[in-house]
Design a protein. Sequence first.
Length: 277
Amino acid sequence: MNFLEFLSVAFGWLYTLSWSLSFYPQPWLNIRRKSTSGTTVDFPFLNTLGFLAYLIYTSALYSSPVIRYQYALRNNDHTPTVAFNDIVFAAHAFVICAVLTTQYFIPSAWGFDRAPGTRPSQLIWGIATGSVFGVLAIIFVVLGTPPDADPKTAWAWLDVIYAISYVKLLITLVKYAPQLVHNWRNRSTKGWSIWQILLDFSGGILSIAQQGIDSWLQGDWSGITGNPVKFLLGNASMLYDLLFMGQHYVLFRDSGPAKNGERDSLLERGEEDERLG
């Protein structure tokens, strides 16, 4: 193993660690505050669906002979740049996001009072439902493809996996928006953990760096073009991370205990009609 190969492996596990740790600050903050006020369920609800999609996607590209064969046909005989740590990350993220979602759907189980924002908005329900039906439509198209069709040019099971990956990509592009708007309307990031954002930002940098190294080592950039979801995930998330940092550290910096108490009171009351959807 040369230095670049070692660096790729190290970056892979480091971004897995960083991203994995990013899921803990929000549920822990909710437990400390005994409330989900200041946040909405839209983010964890979409995250749960998104990481279920990502778990299916990474597992198929890593372990399915059929999917790997079809991928090689379409990408100059190169193998997918999906590592085992991607599967570990996706499985862990799915479980933690599902647990976090229960803090909103069944707050009494956690000893929380029901706060505003514990029901997904109509927009988020629409995105979730549309994503599921979109994947089902591709499955039916593949099932209707003749068995002797060339998977390099015809509809194949790889296209189903790509459709699932695009669900994850779509969710990543929109899942932060409701919380950004919620923070803006409250003029506060109270209740929203900044640590999850800082850890997510670090993981995004490491993920992109790893994929660049892998593509360089293979001598072919289809590692990025053939696995666009992993590359775009890092970029989209980091842009949102920067916006949240701007809100937390610049626009809505807490100015003292009195102001914090006033904001907590406002957040506890909440205003459901101001949420997305």
